[in-house]
Ligand binder design. Structure first.
Ligand SMILES: [Zn+2]
Length: 454
C-alpha cells in the first residue's frame, strides 16, 4: 500500500470524527442577514481553532469587524518558499433558515438521519469546510512531509458579498492567503457520460447584475381607469416582454468544447442554432447537466420583485420591477442595458437602470492543476475518470481571490452515488450525505498530496 492509499484509507477510519466535526459546525448558527450585528463567524472560528491547536496546526483568527472572524490555518513546508502551493477555501456564514415549520429537523441540530446530516449550512458551505479541516488535520497527523505549503482558509460573509470575508482578506491579509492554486465551493458534481463518470470543475463563474425598471403612467381614481394610464397594467406588459426575451446564445464557454468528446456527438451540433435541441437530448439521460448547459449558453434575466401602488382605489402612476441577471464573460452593463432597452422600446414610460453586483470571473485552464484534480479523483475511485471544465452560475468568493493571481477552481466533489437533489442549498431541510463528506475529504487529501507533499 502506497503512502497516499494509506492516507485515503485513514479517511474511512476517522469517519465518525468527521461526522462529529461537521455536526458541531452546523450547530453553531452563523446566520448572515447582511444587517449588523450578524454572522457571528468568530464563534465558529474559535471552535475550529481549538481543534487545530490540539493538532499543533498553525492557525489564526482574523476579525474584519468584532464577531466577523476569518480563520487562516497553514501547514508549512520545510523549505522556505514565499508562496503556498494550494489553498483550501470555504465560507462559514449561512443564509437565514426561512420558515422553520417546513424543516423536518431543527435547522441548527446537525441531526444525522438516514445517512444525511441536516441543518442550515450543512451543505453550503460547512459541507466543504469540515472536509478541508479534516484533510488538513490528516496530512499533519500522518506526518506527510511537504515540499510546498498548504493554506486552509475559512472566510466570513460570503452570503452577502464577502465584504468582511475573502474580499477583506484579499485587501488586508494578502500575504497570508497568497497561493498558486485554490479549491473553493461549487462545481464538483458528477454525471454519467458515454465515457464513464465525469466530474465538473468550475474554472469560473457567471456575473450577477441587477436591473431596476421604472414604469410611469398617470394616476386617477380607480373607478374611472380610462382617465389615467395604469403603471401596473404596463408592468404586466414589461414582464411579458422579458419572459419572452430570447437572449443571444453563446457556445464559446469551455464546457461546450468538451461535449463532443464526452457525449459522442458531432462537433457540428455545437452551434448557437442547434444547441437547445442537443441540450434536451443530452439532458434526457443526465438531468443534472441540463441547468449547467442551459445556464452557460446564455444570459438569464429573471423578474424577482415589484414595488408600487399607494391605495386600492388609486390607479398607480409608478411601478418598479427588479430583475436578477446572470451574465456570461464578455457581457457587461452596457450590453445588458441596451438589450433591455431594445426589448422594451415600444412600451412608453419605461426607464431601465442596470447596475452591477459582481462581474463574471474565470481562471485560466491550467493543465497541471486540472490533471492533478483528475488524478486525485481517479486515485480515490480506483479507476480512471473524466472531468469537464465549466462555469458556476452563481457568485462565490473565488472572484475575490482571482485578482491576487491565484488560479481558483470551484470544485467540491460529490460522491457519484449520492442524490444531489436532496441537498436543497438555501432551501428548507438543507442536508448533505455523509458519503459526500467522506468522498470529498478523500479527494482533497489526494489533491494536497499530489501538489504539496514531497
Ligand atoms: Zn456558499
Amino acid at each position: 500500500m502506497g503512502k497516499l492509499d494509506e492516507i485515503i484509507a485513514e479517511v474511512d477510519n476517522v469517519k465518525d470524527e468527521l461526522i462529529e466535526l461537521h455536526q458541531n459546525l452546523v450547530k453553531i448558527p452563523t446566520v448572515n442577514t447582511g444587517v449588523m450585528p450578524t454572522g457571528n463567524e468568530t464563534e465558529l472560528c474559535q471552535f475550529l481553532k481549538k481543534k487545530l491547536d490540539a493538532e499543533h496546526i498553525k492557525n489564526e483568527i482574523v476579525e474584519s469587524l468584532p464577531t466577523r472572524g476569518n480563520l487562516i490555518a497553514r501547514l508549512n513546508s520545510s523549505s522556505r518558499e514565499n508562496q503556498a502551493r494550494l489553498m483550501f477555501m470555504s465560507h462559514t456564514d449561512v443564509v437565514p433558515i426561512g420558515d422553520e415549520t417546513k424543516w423536518k429537523h431543527p435547522p441548527f441540530s446537525g441531526i444525522l438521519d438516514n445517512g444525511r446530516i441536516y441543518g442550515r449550512g450543512s451543505n453550503d458551505c460547512k459541507g466543504l469546510t469540515s472536509c478541508e479541516v479534516m484533510a488538513t488535520i490528516l496530512l499533519k497527523r500522518l506526518n506527510v512531509p511537504l515540499k510546498r505549503s498548504l493554506i486552509m482558509a475559512a472566510g466570513a460573509d460570503e452570503e452577502t458579498g464577502s465584504k468582511y470575508g475573502f474580499r477583506w482578506l484579499a485587501k488586508n491579509r494578502r500575504r497570508e492567503i497568497l497561493s498558486d492554486f485554490a479549491i473553493n465551493e461549487g462545481g464538483g458534481g458528477c454525471i454519467m457520460t458515454p465515457k464513464g463518470l465525469c466530474w465538473g470543475i468550475a474554472i469560473g463563474e457567471k456575473g450577477r447584475l441587477e436591473a431596476r425598471i421604472t414604469i410611469t403612467g398617470k394616476s386617477c381614481h380607480a373607478s374611472v381607469p380610462w382617465v389615467g394610464d395604469n403603471a401596473l397594467v404596463k408592468l404586466s406588459k414589461v414582464i411579458q416582454r422579458i419572459d419572452e426575451y430570447k437572449p443571444e446564445i453563446d457556445v464559446s464557454t469551455v464546457i461546450f468544447k468538451e461535449i463532443p468528446r464526452l457525449f459522442a456527438v458531432a462537433e457540428s451540433e455545437i452551434t448557437p442554432e442547434r444547441i437547445d435541441v442537443l441540450i434536451d437530448r443530452i439532458a434526457s439521460s443526465n438531468s443534472l447537466i441540463y441547468s449547467v448547459l442551459k445556464g452557460l449558453s446564455r444570459m438569464t434575466v429573471t423578474p424577482t420583485m415589484t414595488k408600487g401602488g399607494i391605495k386600492s382605489n388609486v390607479v398607480p402612476d409608478t411601478y418598479e420591477l427588479i430583475c436578477d441577471i446572470r451574465v456570461l464573460p464578455g457581457q457587461d452593463i452596457q450590453y445588458v442595458q441596451s438589450e433591455l432597452e431594445k426589448t422594451l422600446s415600444d412600451i412608453d414610460g419605461c426607464k431601465v437602470i442596470v447596475s452591477g453586483t459582481t462581474n463574471p470571473s474565470a481562471s485560466p485552464s491550467n493543465n497541471e492543476f486540472l490533471n492533478s484534480i483528475k488524478k486525485s479523483l481517479s486515485q480515490v475511485m480506483g479507476r480512471n475518470v473524466e472531468t469537464i471544465q465549466n462555469l458556476t452560475v452563481g457568485f462565490t468568493d473565488s472572484s475575490a481571490v482571482r485578482p491576487l493571481g491565484t488560479i481558483v477552481y470551484n470544485f467540491a466533489p460529490s460522491h457519484p452515488k449520492t442524490n444531489q437533489n436532496l441537498n436543497n442549498v438555501h432551501g428548507d431541510n438543507e442536508s448533505i450525505a455523509v458519503d459526500d463528506l467522506v468522498f470529498r475529504t478523500k479527494v482533497l487529501v489526494a489533491l494536497a498530496y499530489d501538489l504539496v507533499a514531497k
